[in-house]
Design a protein around this ligand. Structure first.
Ligand SMILES: Cc1cc2nc3c(=O)[nH]c(=O)nc-3n(C[C@H](O)[C@H](O)[C@H](O)COP(=O)(O)O)c2cc1C
Length: 160
């Protein structure tokens, strides 16, 4: 069975709730998920998975520093292109509309694209990935369900 690494940073629990819901929806799509706090995850371990999902709150308009540090330390995988062609996706939690939620996701996506990863976008809802304002509500839970199903489909296609 294909397996995905889902890494998140969360101080207040909003991004963690999103991560837990996303784990369930990817698993419902037939792909195993390992859920890890960013503090407990070695970036080099991304090489061992068929796909990677990253989640962060919006801090001062972009991803939290812990997540940026995780991406910066993934440089160890860059030289040999170890993440090339792997599926990836992002999600974020923000404090308010216009607070930088999209920039938070785009800043994470930039790191993933630079590794040559294939990023899952979305036609419906948040185009760059699921985005919550504060605590994830029913709308966000629906987006996480849809995004997880799409991501599981992409992982299975590329892992085949
Ligand atoms: C240091 C810090 C910076 C923040 N900066 C922003 C910001 O620029 N824009 C915004 O909309 N919310 C901002 N917030 C609010 C968080 O993005 C929001 O509360 C989020 O849901 C927190 O996620 P968590 O519960 O997973 O920690 C900030 C919060 C903190 C603690």
């Amino acid at each position: 069975m294909a397996k995905v690494l889902l890494v998140y940073f969360s101080h207040g629990g909003n991004t963690r709730k999103m991560a837990e819901a996303l784990k369930k929806s990817v698993e419902a799509g037939g792909v195993a998920v390992e859920l890890k706090k960013v503090a407990d995850c070695d970036p080099a371990s991304m090489r061992d998975y068929d796909g990677v999902l990253l989640g962060s709150p919006c801090y001062f308009g972009v991803m939290a520093a812990d997540m940026k540090s995780f991406i910066d330390r993934s440089i160890v995988l860059f030289g040999k292109g170890e993440l090339m062609g792997k599926p990836a996706g992002v999600f974020a939690s923000t404090g308010g509309i216009g607070g930088g939620g999209e920039l938070t996701m785009i800043s994470m996506i930039a790191g993933l694209l630079i590794h040559g990863m294939v990023v899952q976008g979305s036609r419906k809802g948040g185009h760059f990935g699921p985005l919550a304002i504060g605590e994830p509500d029913e709308r966000v839970m629906g987006e996480l369900q849809l995004y997880g199903a799409q991501f599981a489909g992409l992982v299975k296609k590329l892992a085949a």
